[in-house]
Ligand binder design. Structure first.
Ligand code: XMP
Length: 509
């Protein structure tokens, strides 16, 4: 990939944000952990050092060898990166006397060219550090200060090395985008040419070169990632892409048929496989959430494998893996503790012995959507809420029966259709209904009833890692609750989940 930026990750919570901001400038970038500096640095036109939870003064502080980078390529140190460039090059980093966290303003900008071109004095920046740069490294000149931080930015003379104590990637740094653009476009002279159209075009060509006359099998889920991956592969190899769309019986109401039709309409070579009965059988009597996930995963692999074997001489397995999964699995601290048994890059087991092709491996979710739009994929499909692989199985608390699936499908459909009707669907990141394993007393006519309770959940989020419940209008909740109780036999109570993540999760299991 041409015009590439290398982001060396020291473990900051903001590293992915740096990458997103760079890509918003239509410049491609890759995140690599600090202890794995790529062998070949030729493709990288500039390097950014991220922040870090470490202190440079700590014994175990990340300390990579930058001799091939510093002084050779345009380099920007951010927060820890700035302290790192000071501490290990003749400067001094000390614990700061006052807390330097949150908003601050640059009181002086000493050089209005270069890094700070077009950025006014007094601009707001975001600080988040407990150490401070007391003395600049050898050959460095100060570029900017705040009231509390004298060395808020500096430059090393005779090199294209820059350092800033604040975080340009965070929204609260008002001119963060301008600063990154100054560094990448003006100083590093990188052409901002990485657009969805350019990505689609170069990816299709790369896929053609890589796969040639080979055949690819790919599992479609109805979600955005697998769909966009399929369309790119379809553009590259046409009918040699064999898509398999499995109905596990745990999809939303009518979803299997309607999505299958949509896939066919898009010209994909797709086979729909209804394996509902096989999944339900495997789930019989199973109540433990992880056991349910494992059973579904196992049956999916069996079904997929059976289907893949029907395609003769297949060489490749296509997957819709996206960048956050890739970064997660190679991150500074290794994969984060597995909370649930998903998020496993690699997906299918080795026995399939296929080479893996992942056209979206380097894209963030919003970029996948933009590429999808560029490819002409239906807006509604691209805007669909995320839906978990095990589907309704993890929204039916306890064991699963056909009857429970049917009830939950009805409830879910009323909720989702309502969100669309009230023009709320696109304001919500993910929504769904949960069938609780309890019954509650009610009264219908003169009869007392003892029926099921459902919970509705709607959250706002950007990536599912954190989430907040959505403040849906009472009138909407009122109408939805009435519709559910009046129309879905067996349900007599509806509750709305008002928990944020953390400490709760999005799903109930
Ligand atoms: P939680 O419940 O962990 O969910 O807050 C975060 C996001 O992950 C989805 N999710 C899953 N997706 N298999 C999946 O493919 C799973 O087992 C699974 N569990 C949760 C959840 O829907 C949300 O988008």
């Amino acid at each position: 990939m041409q015009n590439n930026v290398l982001i060396l990750d020291f473990g900051s919570q903001y590293t992915q944000l740096i990458a997103r901001r760079v890509r918003e400038l239509n410049i491609y970038c890759e995140i690599h952990p600090y202890h794995k500096v790529p062998e070949n640095l030729d493709p990288f036109k500039a390097v950014i050092l991220s922040g870090s939870p470490f202190s440079v003064r700590a014994e175990d502080a990340p300390h990579p060898d930058l001799s091939r980078i510093k002084g050779h390529k345009p380099l920007l140190g951010v927060c820890y990166g700035a302290q790192y460039l000071a501490h290990f090059h003749g400067g001094e980093v000390k614990p700061s006397d006052i807390r330097e966290y949150g908003r601050a303003n640059l009181t002086t900008i000493l050089d209005n060219d270069g890094l700070f071109a077009g950025i006014p004095e007094d601009t707001q920046v975001w600080m988040s550090h407990s150490d401070t740069i007391a003395e600049l490294p050898e050959g460095a000149v100060r570029l900017a200060s705040t009231n509390d931080v004298a060395n808020a930015a500096y430059r090393v003379e005779g090199e294209e090395t820059y350092a800033i104590q604040f975080h340009p990637e965070v929204y609260h740094t008002t001119h963060g985008r301008q600063l990154l653009e100054n560094f990448l476009v003006e100083i590093a002279k990188i052409e901002p040419s990485w657009t969805p159209a350019a990505f689609a075009e170069s990816t299709v060509q790369e896929l053609k070169d890589k796969i040639g006359d080979g055949k690819v099998v790919l599992g479609l889920s109805g979600g955005v990632d697998s769909t966009v991956a399929a369309v790119l592969l379809n553009r590259a190899i046409g009918e040699n892409l064999y898509c398999i769309f499995v109905n596990n019986g745990l999809l939303r109401k009518n979803e299997f048929q309607s999505v299958l039709e949509q896939y066919k309409g898009m010209g994909l070579n797709v086979k729909g496989v209804d394996a509902s009965a096989r999944f339900l059988k495997a789930l019989e009597g199973e109540s433990d959430p992880e056991a349910k996930r494992k059973a579904i995963g196992r049956v999916f692999i069996e079904v997929f494998d059976d289907e893949a074997h029907l395609v003769e001489n297949v060489d490749w397995l296509g997957q819709g893996t996206i960048y956050p999964d890739v970064i997660e699995s190679v991150s500074v601290n290794g994969p984060s503790v597995t909370i649930k048994s998903h998020h496993n890059v690699g997906g299918l087991p080795d026995f399939m012995k296929l080479k893996v092709v992942e056209p979206l491996r380097m894209l963030f979710k919003d970029e996948v959507r933009r590429v999808g739009a560029q490819l002409g994929i239906d807006k509604e499909l691209l805007g669909r809420h995320p839906f978990p692989g095990p589907g309704l199985a993890i929204r039916i608390l306890g064991d699963i029966t056909e009857e429970k699936v049917r009830i939950l499908q009805e409830v879910d459909a009323i909720f989702i259709d309502g969100l669309k009707k009230w023009d709320l669907y696109n304001k919500v990141w993910q929504a769904g209904a949960i069938l609780l394993p309890i019954q509650s007393v009610g009264v219908m006519g003169d009869e007392r009833t003892y029926e099921r309770v459902v919970a509705l959940r709607a959250v706002e989020s950007t990536d599912g890692m954190t989430a907040d419940w959505v403040n849906l209008p009472y009138e909407f909740l009122q109408e939805t609750s009435n519709h559910i109780i009046n129309r879905v036999k067996g349900v007599n109570r509806v509750v709305y989940d008002i928990s944020s993540k953390p400490p709760a999760t999005i799903e109930w299991e």
